[in-house]
Structures are given as structure tokens and as C-alpha cells.
Design a protein around this ligand. Structure first.
Ligand SMILES: Cc1ncc(COP(=O)(O)O)c(C=O)c1O
Length: 374
């Protein structure tokens, strides 16, 4: 059997990884400024993470959601404590798309409505309801096009007001900082207005923090830069540091009932152990503070490079905007400098999404390599 050929691949075969270093099958070491697409939050193979998962495996790796699992309660309490979102309830699943799929369904169960407002260049995953909120024709099958979705631009509050008052609007889904799109963010004022208008009109506000959450923006959640309170928050990527896990944080007034949501694998013992290990490291090593501090350093270093038009993003969810397309530059960084970086839908943006425990020295190395290739 061959593989279903959907990924254009770089010719690199990683076989081990530690911290920010990924080693391939020929022994070549690469510096990982991509974090496997914003997934590696505490560094590859962090010793505490490895130990906790191994210990869990020695006890029990999986049982279904039909029995008590105290690790889920511990995880919910820890996310609440570290994020300050104690007054939410947690539903555990396996990926970012699944988290958003459940969030969109939940909103519709809650208010009985059907239409979703989403934003231009957003990305919320590839399951049915989630993919329908994406304005990328290529990834929407005819089946997905049946869903009622309205895609609006950021920062056009009049267009938003005109839609939100229509009585079929169920939810608004928004990436606080756009990932795949290329690090665009709406203004603080737009965010505030969106949150207020959702409340006024009985529309559920879903913050997609799949990429921007878990400390990557320099706060636990990126929406916390704006002093708003979404009704539902979705998480995944950095949550498991590579272990497939996702979650939906749900405000108290959205009520649960038996059978409303469900999953076979979500919240299993191993996934909880991995997620707890990540939170313990984030807390003990003060990684959110590190992400916030390194942002300032990154901006200073980027200012030394005339070709950089703009630094986009927050914390360690970053983009460098150039006035040329960056595909060739990314190839050079991999093959000449042995460095992974990310691309975006906006082809002029080079994405930098490293583990949250990188250092100033790592950033110095990154900028030296970048200068050499420009
Ligand atoms: C903001 C955002 N939401 C959802 C997803 C989908 O997550 P997953 O690939 O885990 O389904 C992604 C993935 O890139 C994302 O960046």
C-alpha cells in the first residue's frame, strides 16, 4: 500500500529530537523554529514530559469515557488555574478541528440557530462544520458548502453589525491571531465590539485558540490581551507538545446533557498525562513570561534587517513580512542553515513558531542565519 499523496514534503527525515534540535537519519542537526507547526510548546522530548508519559503507560494508557478518570479532573483544574478561566467546563477531544467542530455544534445546540460568522483568511480545521467556516474553496467539498456561513473582513464593524442582528446567527468563530492566514489580528476595539454585539444578540462567541493558546502569545490565551470573555474557547496544538489532544472550554450557561458530545479517544489517560506534563513545565519554567520577553527581543533583532517590512503576531507566535515571496528563503534556511521555519497563506510571511523555552541565543542564531540568506 502507498500513502495517499496530500502533502508536498521536504526531503528531510527526522529520527530524533531534543529541545529545539531535530536530528535527521544522516545525523544532520536542524534548529526547529517551526515547532512542528506551533505544536512543540515545551521543547522536543522534554525530560519531565517523557517521564510522565512513560510512567502513565506503566499504569494505564487508555480506558473509555464510560468510567471515572481523575486525570481529566486534574487537567481541568490545572488549565483553569493557569489560564484564569476557572469558570468554564472542559470537554476533551483529539485535535484542533475536532475542538472547533464540537464548539460550533455546541453553540447550535445552545441557541437552536444555524448560521456561523467567520473571518477572511481564517482557518479552523478540516472537519465538516469547521472547514465550512474557511474561505478556501480548495479545502471545502460540495458537502461542506451546504453549511450556512458568512465570511467577513476584520475591522469592518458596520459589516459585522449588519450580519449579527439577523436572527439565524448561531455563533461567531475567530482566531485571536490568525495562524495559517499569516498572523493578522483585528484591532482591540473590533474585538471589544464583537464580544459586546455577540452578548446583545444571543450569539455564541468562539475563540479559536488552537494555535495562539497555551502561552504562545505571551499570555495563556491570546484573547486575554483584549480583556474579553468568549463563551467557548478551543485548544489543541501546544496542549500535548505533540501528543494528539484537544479541548473545548465552555462557559457555565451553556449546559451539558448526557450524550450531547462524545468521543472514544478524547481525554484518555495518556493524553491527560501528556497535557498535565506540558502545563507543569509551562508553570515551573515560567514559559509564558519567556514568550512575552522574547517577543521584545525578536522585534529588536528584526529591526536590524532592512528587508523585513513588519513583524506580525505576539509572544512566540510570529511572522516576518517581506516584500517578496518567502518559499525560496525557507528552502535556503532548511538546506543551507539547517533551520525549520513556517510559511503562510500570505506568501510574503515567514512564520516563526518555536518552543516557548527557546533562548535569546537561539534567536541570535536565527537572525544570523536569516541575514546570511537574504
Ligand atoms: C487556528 C487553528 N484552528 C484549528 C486548526 C486545526 O487543528 P488540527 O490540525 O489539529 O485539526 C489549526 C491547525 O493549523 C489552527 O491553526
Amino acid at each position: 500500500m502507498k500513502l495517499f499523496d496530500v502533502y508536498p514534503l521536504y526531503n528531510v527525515t527526522p529520527v530524533s529530537a531534543k529541545g529545539i534540535v531535530v536530528t535527521d537519519d544522516k545525523g544532520q542537526k536542524y534548529l526547529d523554529f517551526y515547532g512542528g507547526h506551533a505544536v512543540i510548546s515545551i521543547g522536543h522530548s522534554h525530560p519531565h514530559y517523557v517521564r510522565r508519559i512513560k510512567e502513565q503507560l506503566d499504569h494505564i494508557g487508555f480506558y473509555s469515557n464510560a468510567v471515572q478518570n481523575p486525570l481529566q479532573l486534574e487537567l481541568a483544574a490545572k488549565i483553569g488555574e493557569l489560564s484564569g478561566c476557572e469558570d468554564y467546563n472542559l470537554f476533551l477531544c483529539n485535535s484542533g478541528a475536532e475542538a472547533n467542530e464540537n464548539a460550533l455544534k455546541l453553540a447550535s445546540f445552545h441557541n437552536g440557530k444555524t448560521r456561523v460568522i467567520a473571518f477572511k483568511n481564517g482557518f479552523h480545521g478540516r472537519t465538516s462544520a469547521a472547514v465550512a467556516t474557511t474561505d478556501n474553496e480548495k479545502i471545502n467539498a460540495p458537502l461542506n458548502k451546504q453549511q450556512k456561513t458568512t465570511i467577513l473582513p476584520f475591522d469592518d464593524i458596520d459589516a459585522f453589525k449588519a450580519e449579527i442582528v439577523k436572527d439565524d446567527v448561531c455563533s461567531v468563530i475567530i482566531e485571536t491571531i490568525q495562524g495559517v492566514g499569516g498572523l493578522d489580528e483585528p484591532s482591540a476595539e473590533f474585538f471589544k465590539n464583537v464580544a459586546e454585539l455577540c452578548k446583545e444578540n444571543g450569539v455564541v462567541l468562539i475563540a479559536d485558540e488552537v494555535q495562539s493558546g497555551y502561552g504562545r502569545s505571551g499570555k495563556f490565551f491570546a484573547f486575554q490581551h483584549y480583556n474579553i470573555k468568549p463563551d467557548i474557547i478551543t485548544i489543541a496544538k501546544g496542549m500535548g507538545n505533540g501528543f494528539p489532544v484537544g479541548g473545548v472550554l465552555i462557559q457555565e450557561e451553556i449546559k451539558a446533557s448526557f450524550g450531547l458530545l462524545g468521543t472514544t479517544f478524547g481525554g484518555n489517560h495518556l493524553a491527560c498525562a501528556a497535557s498535565l506534563a506540558v502545563l507543569e513545565v509551562i508553570h515551573d519554567e515560567q514559559l509564558i513570561k519567556n514568550a512575552a520577553n522574547l517577543y521584545t527581543y525578536f522585534v529588536e533583532k528584526a529591526a536590524e534587517i532592512p528587508a523585513v517590512k513588519r513583524v506580525k503576531g505576539k509572544g512566540l507566535m510570529l511572522g516576518l513580512e517581506f516584500d517578496f515571496e518567502v518559499a525560496e528563503l525557507r528552502k535556503k534556511l532548511i538546506h543551507n542553515q539547517f533551520m525549520f521555519t513556517g510559511g503562510a497563506k500570505d506568501k510574503h510571511v515567514l512564520r516563526v513558531l518555536p518552543a516557548l523555552n527557546i533562548t535569546k541565543e537561539n534567536l541570535d542564531t536565527f537572525f544570523t542565519a536569516l541575514k546570511a540568506e537574504l
